[in-house]
Design a protein around this ligand. Structure first.
Ligand code: HEC
Length: 125
């Protein structure tokens, strides 16, 4: 995070405005800035926080049970696989903002912050 305070404030404002205008609007990777870190769990674990999230947002298309089959080997159905594919998750969820695709449920800013904290803590099981 080396952006200036001005850019941060502008991002927060535009996300807040978008949020007010359309409750379900996604602000892409920037939305994370509107989440107060104090409101997310201190000890994020795979079992308690990440597994339910992957199951809810990703596994419909990214698990061996997925009707579409595992997309391009991107499987998020176990701890090991989620960890191994985490760089790709970061790229598609935070940077490109293209996953989940189309009209599928997006990962809200708070859950995105939990994903980032999980990584920062060293991926606890
Ligand atoms: C509705 C089905 C669906 C859901 C839900 C979904 N994906 Fe995907 N995903 C795809 C498809 C299809 C592709 C193949 C690339 C494409 O067509 O865009 C893909 C590709 C990917 C890729 C490869 C790189 C890329 O961005 O194309 C990654 C990484 C990925 N998905 C991660 C995720 C994660 C993490 C989630 C949950 C937050 C998720 N996906 C949810 C269908 C889905």
């Amino acid at each position: 995070m080396d952006r200036s305070r001005g850019a941060r404030a502008a991002t927060m404002l535009s996300c807040a405005a978008a949020f007010v205008a359309l409750a379900a609007t996604s602000c892409g990777g920037e939305a994370i800035d509107v989440v107060d870190p104090a409101t997310i769990p201190q000890n994020v674990t795979y079992t308690e926080h990440i597994a339910p999230m992957m199951s809810f947002y990703c596994e419909a298309c990214h698990s061996p049970d997925a009707q579409t089959g595992v997309v391009e080997g991107k499987d998020y159905s176990t701890y090991e696989k989620t960890r191994r594919n985490f760089d790709d998750l970061e790229e598609s969820v935070f940077e490109k903002g293209d996953m989940p695709p189309g009209a599928a449920r997006r990962i809200p800013p708070r859950e995105q912050a939990i994903l980032r904290r999980w990584k920062a803590l060293g991926f606890p099981q």
